[in-house]
Design a protein around this ligand. Structure first.
Ligand code: ADP
Ligand code: MG
Length: 479
């Protein structure tokens, strides 16, 4: 906002006040796209890129905004939010008004304030007059601004799920319906579901989108029954263009909720509305899920997400490191990728922890720091590689005696496999250089470091050696 109009200056001051009372992340997410139109004692008027932002700001931040405005201008200005013209073409064929829709409170109050009507506003008013509209504000889940397609690193383990999610976001209701994503915890299901939401919000601002956890669906249902509000519950869930329910396996053992969801599903499906579900297992393996739901879940596409392969782990770590604005040495990236394999959330945790340590100690991230960080993070239950296993496996491969590797001999035939052992020990275990040296005839840490560097450099230029290291690592880990 570099212009010097008085509005801009007043708005800057308002924004500064708002920034003080809203967490930084939220401010970045919700206020960055705002451009000011006018600031005066009667009105605070600005533009946002889409209706979702408008609704959200009205719902959550009108109080904060107005009280900030009161501090800057004399008077009690109304809040008027326009949708930026260019972002208004939703292109959605399914965005006509709903029969029997009642205007929401927010929309009502603010429609009165939106005096000059451009084409964009008419459209906007129509959108907000629909109930339930875009319903993020009513569910317990808000979108994580980071969970976009752009921040998702595809790889062989998640390619299919990723491509399917993108396809569905690009033509909801037309490509795969339902889309059912499954995989174990921390592998990106929620990220992909929210990726769909972000894309739809960006490209189809008028679309009615409902994203929530299965728990929320269940809770709403239970509450609706208790309060005799089934009609409005049904209205809410059956009048959306895209319904995304995360962790649908929580329907297990909930017979009545399953029954209700079955009807929700049918209504939406028959109206060509998009349904996207995620689960920790494939439909057939969700305990006590009724047969008719299992079969429906398989009507569209069932995409499984597996644990990421090594290269993807490296790519994800590198991406997260970059997002922190720090750099990790290559060997640290590889060490983390080697040692955390089953859960991307843990990969992320490791990166966060190291970036935090580097910040606190005012030092750059080192291998020793990585080992300390991971020692706490890798669960005890996870199979830990022992140096003994490494030595045995390497000895077997090179056909040399174990005791020679651990001893003092320096002949070339022994020195080479010993260096490979040290390299692998550093990469696959959490032992310090000194500890590793201890296994090899009490050699000191500089010897271990030298061996590690030597092999690491060679691996970069020799695919044979790289393959061998990969092969040995796999054997060691699966022993
Ligand atoms: P799930 O819902 O399957 O348990 P999440 O979607 O919550 O997993 O993912 C856990 C964390 O890992 C999130 O912070 C997410 O951003 C990140 N993540 C998962 N997969 C990827 C990926 N392919 N690329 C980048 N980040 C990922
Ligand atoms: Mg999840």
């Amino acid at each position: 906002m570099a212009d010097s109009r008085p509005e801009s200056e007043a708005w800057e001051r308002i924004a500064t006040i708002v920034r003080r009372s809203v967490p930084r992340q939220q401010f970045e997410t919700w206020f960055r796209g705002i451009s000011v139109v006018s600031v005066g004692p009667e009105r605070l008027e600005f533009r946002v890129p889409n209706n979702f932002l408008r609704e959200w700001i009205l719902r959550k931040y009108s109080g904060v905004l107005r009280s900030a405005a009161r501090e800057v201008v004399s008077g009690d200005p109304e809040l008027v939010i326009h949708i930026a013209e260019s972002a208004d073409s939703s292109g959605s064929s399914s965005s006509g008004p709903l029969p029997g829709a009642t205007p929401s409170r927010d929309a009502d109050a603010h429609r009165a304030a939106t005096a000059p009507r451009s084409a964009a506003e008419v459209h906007t008013s129509t959108v907000s007059a629909r109930s339930p509209g875009i319903s993020f504000g009513e569910s317990d889940v808000t979108l994580n601004a980071q969970y976009t397609f752009g921040n998702f690193v595809p790889g062989p383990s998640n390619n299919f799920a990723y491509a399917a999610a993108v396809a569905v976001a690009d033509s909801p209701g037309k490509s795969y319906n339902p889309l059912f994503l499954h995989g174990s915890v921390g592998l990106g299901k929620t990220h992909l579901l929210q990726g769909v939401c972000h894309r739809l919000i960006e490209r189809r601002p008028g679309m009615r989108l409902l994203y929530l956890s299965c728990e929320t669906f269940t809770n709403h249902f239970v509450t609706a029954i208790a309060n005799g509000e089934l009609d409005s519950f049904r209205y809410r869930y059956r009048h959306v263009d895209t319904l995304l329910i995360d962790d649908i396996h929580f329907l297990a053992n909930r017979e009545r909720t399953q029954e209700e969801f079955f009807h929700t599903f049918n209504t939406l499906y028959n109206a060509n509305k998009q349904i996207i579900l995620s689960s920790d297992s494939n439909p057939a393996e969700i305990p006590t899920l009724s047969e008719r739901l299992v079969s429906r879940f398989k009507w569209g596409v069932v995409a499984r997400i597996d644990a990421p392969v090594y290269e993807t782990r490296v790519a994800i770590i590198s991406r997260k490191v970059k997002m922190h604005g720090v750099t990790f040495p290559d060997d640290v990236v590889h060490y983390v990728a080697e040692n955390i394999r089953a859960n991307i959330r843990e990969l992320e945790g490791a990166v966060n922890k190291m970036a935090g340590m580097a910040h606190i100690y005012g030092r750059s991230v080192s291998m020793e720091m990585a080992k300390t960080a991971l020692r706490d993070l890798i669960p005890i239950s996870q199979h830990r590689v022992s140096v003994d296993t490494i030595i045995r496996t390497v000895a077997e491969h090179y056909g040399v005696p174990v005791k020679d590797l651990m001893g003092k001999r320096r002949t070339k035939s022994i020195a080479r496999p010993r260096q490979v052992c040290m390299f692998l020990a550093r990469r696959l275990t959490s032992h310090s250089l000194e500890e590793i040296g201890g296994y090899f005839g009490g050699r000191d840490h500089t010897t271990v470091m030298y061996a590690f560097d030597k092999i690491r450099k060679e691996v970069k230029v020799s695919t044979d050696l790289a393959d061998l290291v990969e092969h040995l690592s796999t054997r060691i880990r699966t022993t």
